[in-house]
Ligand binder design. Structure first.
Ligand code: GLN
Ligand code: ZN
Length: 765
């Protein structure tokens, strides 16, 4: 029995990763300091692994993103650029850092998208049909040589290729056959350098692998396995076809039993399914089966004795060696519980972050190995691990449970269909054609952040803070009126984060102090922990929104974060199905909607940027997921017919989920459309859309000001598929990361474009 762990957070207990890299960007940290700093961080990380588990990867550390590194390793950048990225003697030396960061976030930046069903965003390697893959940088090998330990870490060819851009069903075989020899070379060099195993990450193998891909995957792994002993690691689900998976000729298989069968917790059925698979397709004694049994994506302690029994069951079912590991990379967890002293003790006792997961693996092995290797410390810890005090009374809220139990079909829909609502809303709102609006947030300046911190730290009174926020709202309302926007927003100055803000105000949700995780590059967020029944003790947004509305005759949008997004960007309890957690959130938001309506608000936006993210990896599980996700949104948005409900989502793969978006029954949807260059519009061309839509016409992720003509051009295109009376004009997303100097001219052009469109299209009517 061995323990294996992977994906330990690179952020550092004090967000050193972020500080170093951002310091370098600001020229406050020199290149040498950055390299030495990340090297120190990596040594620390490897030491943490080393103290707890038997084996772990080396080479996971990156200056920005592992997919970017793999793209560079395989020669995906033109010679002109890669001249600055030559191979060097250490894993971190090859890159000319300014060339590297230009690809990561500068002028030549690669596109960014979500990594499977997580909130981590990777850089998408651009693969063109003409590409010549070649090994220009052997990062895992060099990392292994530098640190003299660990299993070299490689993202597998199937995952790398299917996640890159330019990959398609038609060109797949060609790209695949070209890529495999490059991997073969890399693996061979790793073995020659003395690596006993190579960690090959292939989460894409648990997705919907087309049947005609499997023969080529088998062939390729035949070739790769002859170069080095491969630990083929999968996670986020279990393979749809276990037999095809276990037939791969590799030395070890890593499987994720926690998220097996699309689940979020370890269930007996998953273990049984694995055992059955091992009967059909037995592994050999010299092979290794690495079972992921401690959760890499959620923070609840593992029930060690229960899991130990599962592992024994698996051991009995196979002659292969069984190792235990985390299920899913630990990078989805905060680093450590150690400095969390504000979490209520009864909750804290139940939690495990990344470091505590390593402890769990150690304890689990102790349980499975028996007394042999035990220390007295371990024995005590083991006894205490799952010894909780009883739940706090507030974890269970009878009135929330009753309300949930009483839900009937009709509670999930609005009282009248869209067509009739539309008539009422048009009478009430009296908007022009091509109404203009923004997505919610306005620039969060240094001053806004400073004041929010001052308030949090008690340096200014709540009166003082609210006066400040009101001043910001007053200003942003004035600005929007002057610009001539039609539906206004209050700017979200009081919100640091769209999920955290609501989490702070809801019962049943706790916040951490240092529980940061990376969402991309150096960007971090702090997921709240949903531990009990969710209830709303008092209105959350009504004060700011009604104040904002009192300053203008134009409609002021209420602004809420949707139930699916709050769930997706939190760590959620596991003693209730997520469907119920989402519905509890939906009901709390519904109360907020009612209060906003009662205060005279006529337009309410419920953001759901994570609606797609939570969708299971395997399509077969989509209907079940979307059924409850759609219903959660519909609970939240159950407004009066004359209240116009907006929703907002920002990503480009709309094609496949359009039918579900339609089921949300929102009156207006605003979406990202500029960066994906028409792909979104094509999707709507194919499927149509029976309600109103605001395709983003201004890419808020770029400082560039969109010219009037480019805005008009996007809308002209949209109007070919969606009737002009149903089209809105708005940016892609919120403006909080932009500067006022960028926002003002962009919105000015947006309003000018709408005016031009009105002249162009309305004249004929
Ligand atoms: N209303 C939010 C904002 O404008 C939406 C953010 C998002 O979609 N991620 O900031
Ligand atoms: Zn957005």
């Amino acid at each position: 029995m061995k323990t294996y762990a992977y994906g330990y957070p690179r952020l550092g207990a004090h967000r050193e990763y972020k500080r170093l890299i951002e310091g370098f960007w600001k020229q406050e940290v020199t290149e040498l300091q950055l390299r030495e700093g990340l090297d120190r961080l990596e040594r620390e990380r490897l030491r943490t692994y080393h103290q707890a588990v038997d084996l772990y990867p080396v080479g996971e550390m990156t200056f920005y993103d592992a997919m970017l590194d793999h793209g560079l390793m395989f020669g995906l950048v033109s010679d002109a650029v890669s001249d600055g990225l030559r191979v060097g003697r250490s894993w971190d030396a090859p890159v000319n850092l300014s060339a590297y960061y230009r690809l990561a976030r500068g002028a030549d930046a690669w596109e960014m998208t979500k990594w499977f069903n997580t909130n981590y965003h990777y850089l998408v390697p651009p693969v063109s049909p003409q590409v010549q893959f070649r090994l220009v940088w052997a990062k895992p090998l060099l990392a292994r040589q530098q640190y003299q330990m660990g299993v070299p870490y490689v993202i597998g060819p199937y995952t790398f290729l299917t996640l890159s851009k330019g990959y398609s069903a038609a060109n797949w075989p060609g790209l695949w056959t070209q890529l495999i020899p490059v991997y073969a070379e890399l693996l061979l060099r790793c073995r020659q350098a003395g690596a006993g195993f190579v960690h090959v990450d292939e989460p894409a193998l648990v997705g919907d692998v087309p049947p005609d891909h499997w023969p080529l995957i088998h062939q390729a792994y035949q070739q790769l396995a002859s170069q080095a002993p491969i630990l083929l690691m999968t996670y986020y689900d279990t393979p749809a076809d276990w037999s095809l998976f276990f037939q791969l000729p590799v030395r070890g298989f890593g499987v994720d039993l926690v998220h097996g069968r699309g689940s979020v917790a370890l269930h007996e059925q998953t273990v049984e399914e694995l055992v059955a698979a091992l009967q059909r397709q037995p592994l050999r004694a010299e092979q290794v089966l690495i079972v992921g049994v401690v959760n890499g994506r959620n923070v609840w302690k593992t029930e060690l004795s229960v899991v130990a029994n599962y592992v024994r069951q698996i051991q009995r079912a196979t002659p292969a060696e069984v190792w235990i590991s985390n299920a899913g990379p630990l990078s989805h967890l905060p680093v450590s519980l150690a400095s969390e002293d504000k979490i209520p003790p009864a909750l804290r006792q139940r939690l495990a972050f990344a470091q505590e997961r390593l402890t769990e693996l150690r304890l689990l092995r102790r349980l499975l190995d028996g007394a042999a290797a035990a220390t007295a410390d371990e024995d005590t810890l083991l006894r205490q691990w799952n010894d909780y005090t009883p739940e706090l009374g507030s974890w269970r809220n009878p009135s929330v449970r009753q309300r949930l139990a009483a839900l009937r079909d009709k509670d999930f829909s609005r009282d009248v269909p869209y067509e009739s609502r539309d008539v009422l809303q048009r009478q009430r709102l009296r908007l022009p054609w091509f109404p203009t609006t923004t997505i919610g947030s306005f620039p969060q300046t240094e001053e806004v952040r400073r004041m929010r911190n001052a308030f949090k730290n008690g340096r200014i009174s709540s009166d003082e803070y609210h006066r400040f926020i009101d001043g910001q709202i007053r200003h942003v309302v004035q600005v929007q009126e002057q610009l001539g926007l039609d539906v206004l927003v209050h700017g979200e100055f009081e919100r640091s984060d769209m999920v955290e803000f609501f989490a702070e105000k809801l019962e049943g949700i706790a916040l951490t102090q240092h529980g940061w995780i990376l969402s991309y590059g150096t960007r971090v967020y702090r997921p709240p922990i949903i531990y009990g029944d969710v209830a709303r003790p008092q209105p959350m947004t009504v004060r700011e929104i009604t104040f904002a509305q009192s300053l203008t005759q134009r409609p002021m949008k209420g602004m809420l974060t949707g139930p699916v997004t709050i769930l997706a960007w939190s760590f959620a309890r596991q003693d209730l199905p997520w469907r119920e957690v989402a519905w509890q959130l939906g009901l709390a938001l519904q109360d907020e909607v009612r209060d906003l309506e009662a205060a005279g608000i006529s337009v309410i936006q419920i953001d759901e940027p994570a609606f797609r993210e939570l969708a299971p990896i395997q399509r077969a599980r989509w209907p079940a997921y979307f059924d409850w996700a759609v219903k959660a949104f519909r609970l939240a948005s159950r407004a009066k017919p004359e209240t116009q409900i907006h929703t907002h989502m920002c990503y480009s793969e709309f094609n496949e989920i359009l039918p579900y978006i339609e089921q949300l029954d929102a009156d207006v949807i605003t979406i990202e459309a500029t960066r994906s260059k028409g792909e979104v519009i094509q999707a709507f061309e194919r499927h149509g859309y029976p309600r109103q839509i605001g395709p983003g016409v201004y890419d808020v992720h770029s400082p560039a000001v969109p010219p009037v003509e480019s805005i008009v051009a996007i809308i002209r295109r949209v109007v070919q598929v969606i009737p002009a009376q149903r089209v809105w004009v708005n940016p892609d997303c919120g403006l909080k990361t932009r500067r006022w100097e960028e926002v003002l001219p962009a919105l000015r052009n947006l309003v000018l474009a709408a005016q031009q469109l009105r002249r162009e299209f309305q004249n004929g009517h």
